[in-house]
Design a protein around this ligand. Structure first.
Ligand SMILES: Cc1ncc(COP(=O)(O)O)c(C=O)c1O
Length: 392
């Protein structure tokens, strides 16, 4: 079988280098572990930028649902419907705030659907969106228009009229609203931007402001759901409901799914001809999503998220790590903020050398996102590597 070096050389030859890849090819995953082509085993607290999932690599229940569906029906086109997509839509809406869903394949696509829904619902002349500094909503032109300028460089012009203000600053949001504002996009925890948590007052205030000004409130839950923070959807920590929610990454259990959920009030805004996605909601991906949601429910993984998160935070606090300024996040979405001079890239590379994958959320923020199915022994082993590296 080909080794890392050969596969990396072929990657450099055939794949566009838009990711800054590390020189490692992955070949197999099981639960919280993943193996590369040289046979090196890693504990995975990286979760493939959140998509590797809350259920771990190749969970048997997800794999068997995929195999059964693969033997039955792979796609049918959205002139028709099928049981897996109905089942997945039902599970999402029943565990969120009712309404209806639109299926696609990625977080950015889900946000594109949300953007179009917001514009249609807001009506003619209202098109401006407010988003937040340090947010991340994706790389397509629409979602990029809501994402900070540093990601937009070279791709201007963006969609017109969008405004970005500080997270947790309700006055700034209020000041940014004008007659042409259509909606607000917010992450219930800013994940790529450094695992930044909002206050309950801010989130509830945002809901009130949107109601007063007749704006749609969109929650981007692409990183934060399902179950990762200890609730099905992270906005549920803050005691409010959005008008629209976007979900992707982990909900597919390893397969690509994007979901745009519209609350009952806005469930019928998108009508035939307004939006679409040829393979969106195809039975194979939907079956994987159903298996993922079922697993979370059957194995009570919401409670597990809270317990695991508590254990991780305790271990970090007990370790008295130098230059660690703050621990942020909920459940198994944890950010470690270090002093400005402590860069996280060398920490990430050193952990990898020792057999642990972690992720950088910002230059000085390390992000931990182990799967909810991790065993206590695996968690302890991974945390020992991390703490030794951080103290070393
Ligand atoms: C909050 C959030 N929204 C949207 C996206 C884009 O998702 P995708 O890469 O699946 O398009 C991301 C990706 O990291 C994200 O973190």
């Amino acid at each position: 079988m080909a080794k890392n070096a050969e596969l990396v050389e072929l990657t450099n030859k055939y794949l566009i280098e838009n990711y800054g890849r590390l020189p490692v090819a992955m070949v197999r995953g099981a639960g919280a572990k993943i193996w590369d082509a040289d046979g090196t085993e890693y504990l995975d607290f990286f979760a493939g930028f959140g998509a590797g999932g809350v259920t771990g690599h190749c969970h048997p229940a997800v794999v068997s649902a995929i195999k059964a569906q693969a033997d039955t029906l792979l796609s049918h086109g959205n002139l028709f419907t099928s049981e897996p997509q109905i089942d997945l839509a039902r599970r999402i809406t029943e565990n969120a705030f009712g309404g209806k869903v639109f299926f696609c394949h990625s977080g950015a696509e889900a946000n594109e659907a949300a953007l179009k829904l917001v514009r249609l619902a807001a009506g003619e002349g209202r098109y401006k969106i407010i988003s937040f500094n340090d947010c991340f909503h994706g790389r397509t032109m629409g979602s990029l228009s809501l994402t900070p300028e540093s990601f937009q460089k070279g791709f201007e012009p963006m969609l017109p009229g969008n405004v970005m203000v500080d997270y947790n600053d309700l006055d700034a949001v209020a000041a940014a609203v004008d007659d042409e504002t259509a909606g607000v996009f917010v992450e219930p925890i800013q994940t790529e931007g450094g695992v930044n948590e909002p206050t309950v007052e801010f989130m509830q205030g945002l809901r009130r402001l949107c109601d007063e000004k007749n704006l749609l409130l969109v929650c981007d839950e692409v990183w934060t759901s399902p179950a990762r923070t200890g609730k099905w959807f992270a906005h549920q920590h803050y005691g409010f409901e959005p008008d629209v929610m976007t979900v992707a990454k982990a909900i597919g259990g390893g397969l690509p799914i994007g979901v745009c959920v519209a609350s009952p009030k806005y469930a019928d805004v998108l009508v035939p001809g307004t939006h679409g996605c040829t393979m969106g909601g195809n039975p194979l991906c939907a079956a994987a999503g159903v298996a993922t949601m079922k697993l979370i429910e059957d194995e009570n993984l919401l409670d597990r998220a809270e317990k695991l998160g508590g254990q991780i935070v305790q271990m970090i606090q007990d370790a008295k790590i130098p230059a660690l300024r703050e621990i942020r996040g909920k459940g198994i979405l944890i950010g470690l903020q270090f002093d400005a001079e402590r860069q996280t890239k060398p920490i990430m590379l050193e952990c990898m050398e020792q057999g642990l994958l972690v992720c950088i959320a910002k230059k000085n923020v390390l992000r931990l996102a182990p799967p909810l199915t991790i065993t206590d022994a695996e968690l302890n082993a991974g945390m020992k590597i991390l703490i030794d590296v951080l103290k070393g």
